[in-house]
Design a protein around this ligand. Structure first.
Ligand SMILES: [Zn+2]
Length: 248
């Protein structure tokens, strides 16, 4: 498409639009975006304040699993009873896997449907697994599986998924005023910002910080529009028609 614009001063500008085959980035607004904080006590916390509880399928089934493992080990090798016990154990594992997948599919689908952009913290699974106390919970929650679902579903439905590196102190920074609370410990679930007195929930605050950081990364243009002076003048002239993406 080609547009010719003339000014009162007799200057002419030509704007040429070409199809490059790439789909335009979806318009992202503050309302249609969500930040997600992943945790152990709760499965995920959304920047809206909603908390999705950890289903703990494996935890609930752990007793049953232990019992089935014990029964299997007591059966004589090669016996029919041993084979039966092995099958019972296998089906218990399978059921847990299925329940978890159903839960994750429903949750990821809901998040994709409700939002244009989803911001998450990229996970440091390796680092967490090394902490053996948490290993069981991590394995149960199967974060990487959930994140993988979010990634491909975001692609399918044209939702922007922004993964933020684990370098920023998401929990320690007050989302209201930006004050950094260095004294915050893991056991502090709620705190009051000493600077602006805002009452904060640890996970919700982190989710809001993740969202704000993600929004900042897409709303701020990556590179300033470079070009001849005439072109920027044209952009100035047609400002009303083409407003840049911004948070509302
Ligand atoms: Zn504050």
């Amino acid at each position: 498409m080609c547009t010719v614009v003339s000014t009162l001063m007799g200057k002419f500008f030509i704007s040429i639009v070409v199809e490059d085959g790439n789909s335009p980035p979806p318009k992202v607004t503050d309302q249609k975006s969500v930040g997600i904080d992943v945790g152990l006590a709760t499965y995920i916390t959304l920047s809206t304040g909603e908390k999705v509880e950890n289903p703990r399928h494996l935890q609930n089934a752990l007793k049953r699993l232990r019992c089935l493992h014990r029964r299997l080990s007591k059966k004589e090798r090669g016996s029919r009873n041993r084979e039966k016990a092995r099958q019972r154990l296998a089906s218990c594992y399978e059921r847990i896997g299925n329940q978890r997948a159903v839960f994750q599919h429903k949750l990821s689908m809901r998040l994709i449907r409700e939002n244009q952009a989803i911001m998450v913290e990229s996970l440091n699974i390796g680092g967490l697994i090394r902490n053996r106390r948490l290993a069981q919970l991590i394995a149960d929650a199967a974060w990487s599986q959930f994140l993988a679902m979010l990634r491909y579903k975001a692609k399918w439905y044209g939702v922007t998924l922004i993964e933020i590196g684990r370098f920023a102190p998401m929990s320690k920074r007050c989302h209201g005023c930006g004050h950094l609370n260095e004294r915050l410990t893991m056991s502090d679930r709620t705190w009051t910002c000493p600077a602006c007195l805002l009452p904060l929930d640890r996970d919700v605050n982190a989710a809001i910080n993740i969202k704000m950081m993600g929004l900042g990364s897409i709303i701020t243009p990556r590179e300033p529009r470079a070009g001849p002076v005439e072109l920027s003048a044209l952009a100035e002239a047609s400002k009303q028609e083409t407003s840049p993406i911004r948070a509302e």
